[in-house]
Design a protein around this ligand. Sequence first.
Ligand code: ADP
Ligand code: MG
Length: 818
Amino acid sequence: MNPLEAQLRKILELERRKGYADTAVVGGLDRYLKNLIQRDNLGPRSPITESIMLLPTHGYASLPREERERWLMRTLQRLSGAAERPTTAAPTVQKARAAARRPSQPLARPPVVVPGTASVLERPVTALKGVSTGLAAKLGRLGVATVQDMLFFFPRRYNDFASIRPIAGLVVGEEQTVIGTVWSAKDTPIGRRLRGTEALIGDETGTMRVVWFNQPYIAQQLRTNERIVLAGKVTLYKGQKTLENPEYEPLESEELLHTGRLVPVYHTTSGLAGRTVRRLAKQTLDTYADALPELLPTDLLSRNGMPPRAAALRQMHFPDGWDDLKAARRRLAFDELLLIQVGVLERKREWQERGLAQPLRLSEETRRGYVESLPFTLTGAQQRAMTQTLADVARERPMSRLLQGDVGSGKTVVAAAALLAATASGAQGAMMAPTEILAEQHFHTLCRLFSCSEKTVSVATVRPAYLSKPLTIALLTGSLPAAVKRELREQIAAGEIDIVVGTHAVIQEGVTFHRLGLAIVDEQHRFGVMQRAALREKGRNPHVLVMTATPIPRTLTLTVYGDLDVSVIDEMPPGRKPVQTHWVPPDERDGGYEFVRRQVQQGYQTFIICPLIEESETLTTRAVTQEFERLSNEVFPDARLGLLHGRLAARKKESVMRAFRDRRLDILVSTAVVEVGVDIPNATVMMVEGAERFGLAQLHQLRGRVGRSDIQSYCLLLSDSPAPDSRERLQIVERTQDGFALAEADLRLRGPGEFFGTRQSGLPDLKVAQLSDVSLIELARTEASRLLDDDPDLARPEHAQLREEVSRLWERVTAEAH
Ligand code: ADP
Ligand code: MG
């Protein structure tokens, strides 16, 4: 314990003996503490600072006796704990935090270590000077409830009032700051109905007029002959330089907040002036920024040239210059990204260390036999993905791999090779699809790839030449008769079936495997960490391959899927004709219909997609139903039309899709629910209504429903009154067939929330970081693995804060995902 702490301890003990009457030191304890802080630069981590921060704003003197006692006892505990601090492991920190949050704490509780001074940051904003409950309510509307919220309530932009000019040197049209003397200021009518303030300001170089519309009260605040600082954009009024509604403050202010610098502009709400928010931000920074514990170890900061966290916060609000702002932004963005990376890497490790998987090996001979039996040559990308996947499953470390490839790029072939490896090693494999029709499709595809001979509706036996023993594949879906399902389940449990294909629901809920070695999950970019954890319960520790046709930008595979390894099939099998994509202007709609009619006459099929109506599924259903009626009765009376939307029962959906697949329908009118992986090679037209309402990646997905054979296919984008920018977006889809490029563009244009649909990304909100910032995300990734390699549990004292914030963040994300 240092001498200061020892001194404080003595005083506190005296205070306790004297019955908490605030008589231990002359002038009272508050004054003593205040002096202590001011005289000695204690730093935020000092137990003294912590204790003081835990006092209410009005200090010790304002507390009732028993609260004085409680604070004093805890402070004494903290002081005596200081010697051996801080070696707290994560769980203890968690508990301590939870305990610290509880409103009142009985004295009997064992000593708690409050990490940093986080709890003071959780004080309500009313703890700030001058914040009444009314003001707090307004701040609440901006999402600011606590001191910490205020620290992280960042400006939405900055006014560059840094350049201070004499009146004669002011430039019209620029943001500038001027220092002058008030010569006159009056409340005056402005225009016909407004009142405002008009003032005359002068300096050695001239005078100028300043007006504030609608704010007559300013006239009272400005005193004649007072020196003030004004900042704003200079305009010309009747040939005279004028400042309209400038920011202003007295020159005597200790530090310029509203003028003379880069001035932060915050979001406000009605009845809350920007100046007020700015002042509060400043006050909060001054009082609490140092209480915010540093998140990162010093060597990491210096290695990357990053400012300390508190400094970055100050610069975010009141930057000294654009470069300082940039550095602050980078630092705080890095924090956000690092918390994510540490979290996903920990999950990855947890998954890998939970237990060993069964290595699944495919002999070179069998592999070659399989590949040579295929009716086509693998693309280079397929070969690569196959090699990566087979190498992964051959290890004892459970695989967690994402296989990405545009629709039709041939992912199933790769998956099938991994299934072969499973069966060749005496394990079972499961392949799961989101819908029955997709499961059926996989079942048939696998039969084809393995050159199946015997097949019933739900079980196939294949005897490929390259395997020494036959393989049994079962299709398990909800619509099978109960008795059949029961029997299949028994066979699966007994290990008589090698490969099970089915829907996620059926396999995850109703099946016990004999020896599940590999689980493949198809078309499910929402198949997150939770689901994978659930899968683990199915087998001891199966290898997992997630397949998706949604091209996911690299920045997202590093974050949302950061715990997965990724293989990408970025090459199409040869001979595919690109889908011709056309924007159809409103007055050519009939031409579009005519085109569809001719395709139908030639025996081809068409999808017509109606947009989801954001506000409600009911409205969407109604709209698509009406459109279906209209198209059936007025536009295509001679064709066979089907209707598909999200409100239909699952069974009904499947039967409509089946009818379309089996060519009993010519045109399928649908919302965007139309299934991603369904292969209907005879469909040649994808017509999208209200195309401007879809994301680029989504349009690309829809387009992928067609063009699945060597017949030329078309995508028609209808958009009734597109704004110029949505027209531009649609042109991007017209021009490019590259799903990844479109996904990147989408992410840039609409952000991750939109990209995945709201709240499905499983990512925390990012305040500062951009998910498009590849290099910073990669840096965070590198630093996160370095940290974890070094200190796998982040148990070292210098990592305590990081440990705590990662845990808190992911607890929240996990809670929201449920
Ligand atoms: P997806 O990646 O969309 O799941 P699939 O695996 O269903 O694609 O493959 C789409 C179609 O392309 C299938 O009919 C498959 O047999 C065929 N295919 C796969 N790979 C090749 C290839 N290398 N050359 C030619 N056709 C291929
Ligand atoms: Mg597929």
